[in-house]
Every structure is written in structure tokens, then in C-alpha cells.
Design a protein around this ligand. Structure first.
Ligand code: APR
Length: 250
């Protein structure tokens, strides 16, 4: 690691040592090392699947076969195989140390919970939770994939249409999660952005809410973000590697 990185690492160590109400705000970059594509940038998911077709609520309600083909060919196999990475386990460690106040995630992979994290605020839903639009019966990944072998779009046992538990573009975010995230951002002493381009709202409004309420803002992201200018510390590197360097797992 280059010297400037060493300086930033020791600065991050100091900031974490003096913080005890930390919010971790994760994006697709945090799950990249679990084998899940990010959305934007080179090789991002949206360069292979047009989100206006494959992840849009209006298209979904007209013809959900686009989404379900995307689920069958991409979402299911990738999420099914994915395992939490070191970064996920370091956050669990931070929780055990009593320093982690909340995890706010834009990710829909459920890997924080698989790693043993409690108190995860999911702003964009969870792809492992599928439900019937008619009777609200819920299905998990495997049950849904099995139904898809029989017919696409998949049908509930009541005959109703199934919908993924993920928030599609054009859909409002779950209000309770949004409100909990805002409260967490307003009441933390360190807001740690981990692997997000910070371009999708209202999620991307959280770092500024935290900053405006006196929190220290740290961004660990490979590429620059529009929030770097208001951040106290920016580290353009792997979130999992940096966290594992700064916080040792028990
Ligand atoms: N460590 C840190 N940062 C990383 C890593 C890594 N290992 N790998 C990639 N990144 C960074 C990239 O530089 C990029 O800026 O992660 C960022 C991921 O950005 P996006 O793909 O835009 O993902 P995200 O910010 O989570 O997107 C927000 O957009 O498409 C919607 O609903 C979807 O929740 C998603 C939202």
C-alpha cells in the first residue's frame, strides 16, 4: 500500500477508535468481492441489462417476464452462490464491540444477515424474499426458481402473480426503512460509506444528512463519488481490504 494510503489508514483507525455510534452504509461495491456485479461502471449489471426494462415497476406490471428471465439467468444463480466477504464479517465484529449503531444497505443480496449481522436497514428490499401480489404468500429463492421451471412468469398456489421483494425503479422505497435510515444518519457520530457510487436517491441523501448533524463522514469507494467534497476522509480502495486492515476479527 502506498504511503498516502498508510496515512489514511491510521487516520481511519483513529476515527473508528474515537467513534461509538457508527453507521455503515453499504452499496454494491461492498458485495463485489462476494462475486456480485456492481450496477454501474465497466462490466456493471446495467451495461448488460437495461434497468428501464429489467428493473422497472411499470414494465414489470405490464409484462413481468423480463424480470423473471433476468432472475432466472442472472439474479438467482449469482445470489445463490454468493457468500459474505471479510468486509461483512468485520462489520459483525464492530457490532460485537458495541460500536456499530446501524447498517443501512442498498444491497438486495441479504449477505449482511447471512454473515450474522442484526439490525440491517434494507432500503432497496431483499431479492431472497418473493411474495404473491394477490395473497401475499412468501416464497424463498429456491421455491421461486422451482416454480419458474414450470412456468414463467411464476404463479402462486392461489393463481396470483409473484413479485420480487426488491424495490424496482419507479417504486417508492419502504417508508419504515427510509425513516429508520434517516434517524440513524441523524444520530450517528461516524457515517461510513462502503462501496457505493452515491448517485441513486433518496439513499444517496443519507451521507449529507449525517454530515449536517455533526457526524464524521468517511467514504471508502474505488471510484470518486459526488459526496467526496463533503467527506472528512476518502479512501479509493477495496472496502473489504481496508476494513480488514483497520479492524481485526475476533
Ligand atoms: N470496494 C469498494 N468500492 C468498490 C468495490 C470494492 N471492492 N468494487 C466496486 N466499488 C465501487 C465502484 O467504484 C462504484 O462506485 O462501488 C461502487 C458501486 O456503485 P454502483 O454500481 O452504482 O452501486 P450502488 O451505489 O450500490 O447503486 C445504488 O442503484 O441500481 C440501483 O438499486 C440499485 O442499490 C442500487 C443503487
Amino acid at each position: 500500500m502506498t504511503s498516502s494510503n498508510d496515512g489514511k489508514i491510521s487516520e481511519l483507525k483513529k476515527i473508528i477508535a474515537t467513534s461509538d455510534k457508527i453507521v455503515a452504509f453499504t452499496g454494491a461495491g461492498f458485495s463485489a468481492e462476494s462475486g456480485i456485479s456492481t450496477f454501474r461502471g465497466a462490466g456493471g449489471l446495467w451495461s448488460r441489462y437495461d434497468p428501464n426494462i429489467y428493473a422497472n415497476i411499470n414494465i414489470f406490471m405490464q409484462d413481468s417476464s423480463y424480470y423473471w428471465n433476468f432472475f432466472k439467468d442472472e439474479r438467482y444463480p449469482v445470489i445463490k452462490k454468493a457468500k459474505p466477504n471479510d468486509g461483512h464479517y468485520v462489520l459483525v465484529e464492530l457490532e460485537k464491540l458495541g460500536k456499530l449503531y446501524r447498517v443501512i444497505t442498498q444491497n438486495i443480496d441479504g449477505l449482511h444477515q447471512v454473515a450474522g449481522q442484526s439490525d440491517v436497514i434494507e432500503l432497496h428490499g431483499n431479492t431472497r424474499k418473493i411474495y404473491c401480489l394477490n395473497c401475499e404468500k412468501t416464497y424463498n429463492l429456491d421455491e421461486t426458481y422451482k416454480l419458474l421451471q414450470k412456468e414463467l412468469p411464476p404463479k402462486c398456489s392461489c393463481g396470483g402473480n409473484l413479485k420480487p421483494g426488491t424495490i424496482l425503479f419507479g417504486e417508492p422505497l419502504p417508508q419504515a426503512a427510509l425513516e429508520m435510515a434517516r434517524i440513524a444518519a441523524q444520530n450517528c457520530d461516524l457515517f461510513l460509506v462502503l462501496g457505493s457510487s452515491l448517485v441513486v436517491y433518496p439513499a444517496a441523501s443519507m451521507p449529507r444528512i449525517a454530515k449536517n448533524n455533526g457526524a464524521t463522514l468517511v467514504i471508502i469507494n474505488i471510484d470518486p463519488t459526488p459526496m467526496d467534497e463533503i467527506a472528512d476522509l476518502v479512501i479509493n480502495n477495496s472496502a473489504s481490504k481496508i476494513l480488514s486492515t483497520v479492524i481485526k476479527r475476533g
